[in-house]
Design a protein around this ligand. Sequence first.
Ligand code: 5AD
Ligand code: SF4
Length: 454
Amino acid sequence: MKKVYIKSYGCQMNVYDSGRMIDLLKPLGYEPQANYPGADIVILNTCHIREKADEKLFSDLGRIRPYQEEKSDSGRRMLVIVAGCVGQAQGGEIIKRTPYVDIVLGPQTYHRLPEMIARALRTVDGKGIVDTEFPLETKFDSLPEMSEGVGPSAFLSIQEGCDKFCTFCVVPYTRGAEFSRPVQDVLREAQSLADKGVKEITLLGQNVNAYHGIDPQGGKEWGLGRLLEKLSDIKGVERLRYMTSHPRDMDEDLILAHRDLPKVMPFLHLPVQSGSDRILEAMNRKHKAALYFEIIQKLREVRPDIALSSDFIVGFPGETEADFEATLNLVRDVKFHMAYSFKYSPRPGTPGSAMESQVPEEVKSERLSCLQDLLISHQIEVNQKMIGQRTSVLLDRQGKREGQYLGRNPYMQSVYVEANPRLWGQIVEVDITDAFQNSLTGKIVVEERVIEAA
Ligand code: 5AD
Ligand code: SF4
């Protein structure tokens, strides 16, 4: 068996894509391995969202190079492949700077990987192959059935790309135009996951709630709310999640799905980025802070316990103390269960990078730590409120200690429990006993059954 090592950087979409690349390579006789030494193929599935992505890539490539040389000294080959968004953005430059890279491809062409590998293996010390097209055929039509990375909780990519062009973001350039997979394809993949024992499906998309897939009759388009309703009918799948959403696409159907569909988990990752209308406009987010509050209010009306999560950027060009204060106020008002916050990083080719009044690094750092302190204090508070409560947990990961397992509750909180290995992959009821910044601990509820004498 030949070996392939694949490393995913960045978002869940890349984790999903990496799984699909392994699925493509398995029929060619490649088996995944956990590290790069000795591998026949090394794939780095890169992310370009914030800075240092290319530096990380080049330093990883530098570390891999000696192993590639070693292999070639013994008369064999290690193909080095750069995939993902850095590949898309910098194709030719990568080959120029690191000529030992055999293939560079973007997120939209990895279905052509087998053909590219065959071509690369035919060339003795050939020039690197670059394929960063946005092809007319979609990769989803040519991918084999999913098998890789299927545990009790799985990702399913339903939408890709973005037409929103936020002024800080590279996604519309690296992932291309917005595209939704047809409903039928999504249902088929979800059913096949259910057949493999998957209990939780997370629907993925850069703009997942902009989903508008063509319906099974090929006539109308369905939004995400309708899709979730149909997915709810699949037996065996107990939990449905989706990410990442944009406030502008939170339509009524989707909000009501949180009321009407018990399988849709009471958790929503809804990035707002900033609480200042001025900055939201400069970011081209196409909405004001008020819309965000409105959505949260509607969601809480239909699902009072819904847990909220968000992304924030501090130090966007032109951000003043007052703008930053507006962000802090939004955070205080909403109280997020969890959140990701970043210093603004100018990305080449995006409008934000050319804007005047870039914020100095020290100011960004100060604001970031101030915001993070506030977010963490809320996260701890929310976690502590769980002590004494009963919550259901899908045990899908090994804990740090022997006999310890880890899983998520409906609110995406990580819960550690001691459990019998036969409970792995099951949804169990847990009484929460302790809470920390990033996790909870608890005890599995043992059902007491009265066995009546016959
Ligand atoms: N600088 C900092 N953060 C960014 N993000 C996207 N682009 C940038 C950038 N240029 C953040 C946003 C987005 C998340 C995935 O990454 O908050 O929601
Ligand atoms: Fe990037 Fe904005 Fe599109 Fe999200 S909505 S992927 S932040 S451009």
